[in-house]
Write a protein that binds this ligand. Structure first.
Ligand code: TIU
Length: 227
């Protein structure tokens, strides 16, 4: 279809012009999603995040089949750390060896550094040729990146969001998108948090007050709308 319609989206029906919409896959990186990565080293249960991979992979397949633009982001810093604020570097009061740029024990390489092994996207949702792979130094995908320019150059007006974690990088990116005038939809089975109550709260706060940040739906409803 030229316009896909989601009659059961929350808080009310959402429609998107397929040729002017992009799927934004936030930070599906080994750092956060695999045992032995940075997220796991901080004591988080990565299996919780991995529960959204089937939904995310299905969503990615639907959007690719429809010919939509696809963007993959990575939370990543330059090897020389010139794009890392001291406030982010020191946050968490972590010991040496566990800070951004340090070498993690195991095979993941330097923590949150571009092109290190841990900074690759997990195979279940790996980027394909022609899709944008975007390094972002912040939580939001628009901060200190060319994402807005890239989307505007392609006439994109609507964004579908997936990724981890729901309440941190996904929600921040959706709020940034909302303030830039993009109508945004969060696909709830394609996003996860280490904390179930934070995912639930983020979904509620995005859709509250008439969709103050955007809409939510599921990968199967997006697939049905695109078929
Ligand atoms: N991608 C993303 O959400 N980065 C984070 O830092 N998430 C946390 O949950 N800490």
């Amino acid at each position: 279809p030229a316009v896909a319609v989601l009659p059961d989206a929350v808080p009310y029906p959402y429609s998107f012009p397929v040729g002017r919409s992009a799927l934004v896959m936030i930070d599906f990186q080994r750092d956060f999603m695999e045992a032995g990565g940075f997220g796991a080293s901080l004591g988080n249960d990565v299996e919780r995040l991995r529960a959204c991979l089937p939904g995310a992979a299905a969503l990615l397949a639907s959007c690719r089949a429809a010919g939509m633009h696809v963007v993959h982001t990575l939370e990543a810093h330059k090897p020389d750390l010139t794009d890392l604020h001291p406030a982010k570097f020191t946050r968490g009061n972590l010991p040496a060896g566990m800070r951004i740029g340090d070498v993690l024990s195991g095979d993941m390489g330097r923590i949150l550094i571009r092109n290190e092994p841990g900074n690759g996207i997990v195979p279940e949702v790996a980027p394909a040729e022609g899709e944008l792979l975007l390094f972002k130094p912040g939580k939001g995908a628009f901060y200190a990146t060319n994402l807005e320019e890239w989307l505007r150059a392609r006439g994109v007006t609507h964004l579908l969001f997936a990724g981890v974690t729901t309440e941190v990088c996904v929600q921040t990116s959706m709020r940034e998108a909302n303030d830039r005038g993009f109508d945004s939809l969060l696909v709830t089975d394609a996003t996860e948090s280490y904390f179930p109550q934070f995912k639930a709260a983020a979904v509620e706060m995005i859709t509250a007050q008439g969709g103050i940040v955007g809409w939510t739906s599921t990968s199967s409803q997006v697939a049905a709308a695109l078929s």
